[in-house]
Design a protein around this ligand. Structure first.
Ligand code: HEC
Length: 157
C-alpha cells in the first residue's frame, strides 16, 4: 500500500506521471498495426464466449476444394470434437478461426507441436490439449493445409 504521505511526494508524483506517459506511448505505438492478435486478458476468460474482439463474428463454411478434402476429413476425425466442425470452437476447445491463430502468431510449427506433443492451457480456460493419438506429421501437414485455407476464406491471413 502507498501511504498518503507518499502520494503527496512530488518526486513520487513525477515518477507516476512518467510511467503513465510511457505506458500510453507503448499502447498507441501498437495502434498502427492493422491487426492486434493479443487480446486483453479480460477477453481470454473463460473461453470464447465473452466479447472477444479477436473472434470473427461468424465462421464461413465454403465448399471445400478437392485438394483440401483429405485435410478436412482428418480434421473432422481428430480435431473437430474440440475445435468445431469448421474450426469455430466448442465447449472443449477454442476456435482456430480466430486471430490468435493467424499464421504469423501461430506458425505451422505450433500446429505440429500441438498435435504431436499437446499444449498446456495458456490462451483459454478449456484446459490442456492432449497430444492427438495416432496422428503422423503427414496428417498434420494435410490438416494445416485445410485449416490455413479455411482461415484465408475467413479473412485470417
Ligand atoms: C480434446 C480436445 C482437443 C482436441 C481433440 C484437439 N485440440 Fe487443439 N487445442 C485444444 C485446447 C483446449 C487448446 C487451447 C490451449 C490454450 O491455449 O489454452 C488447443 C490449442 C490448439 C492449438 C494452438 C496451439 C498453441 O501453440 O497455442 C492448435 C494449433 C491446435 N489446438 C490444433 C489442433 C489440431 C490440428 C487438432 C487435431 C489434430 C486438435 N487441435 C485437436 C483442445 C483440443
Amino acid at each position: 500500500m502507498i501511504s498518503n504521505q507518499r502520494k503527496k511526494d512530488p518526486i513520487f508524483r513525477t515518477v507516476v506521471v512518467v510511467v503513465l506517459i510511457l505506458l500510453l506511448a507503448a499502447c498507441s505505438s501498437q495502434e498502427g498495426e492493422s491487426r492486434q492478435v493479443t487480446a486483453p486478458a479480460s477477453t481470454m476468460m473463460p473461453g470464447h464466449k465473452m466479447g472477444d474482439s479477436n473472434m470473427i463474428s461468424a465462421v464461413k463454411t465454403p465448399k471445400v476444394p478437392f485438394k483440401y478434402e483429405a485435410g478436412n476429413k482428418k480434421f473432422q476425425k481428430m480435431c473437430a470434437s474440440c475445435h468445431g466442425q469448421w474450426g469455430g470452437g466448442s465447449e472443449q476447445g477454442p476456435p482456430l478461426m480466430h486471430l490468435f491463430y493467424v499464421p504469423s502468431h501461430h506458425s505451422d510449427a505450433a500446429f505440429y507441436n500441438a498435435v504431436l506433443k499437446g499444449v498446456k492451457q495458456h490462451h483459454w480456460t478449456f484446459g490442456d490439449m492432449p497430444p492427438v493419438a495416432g496422428t503422423t506429421s503427414r496428417d498434420v501437414e494435410k490438416i494445416i493445409a485445410f485449416v490455413r485455407w479455411l482461415q484465408r476464406e475467413n479473412g485470417i491471413r
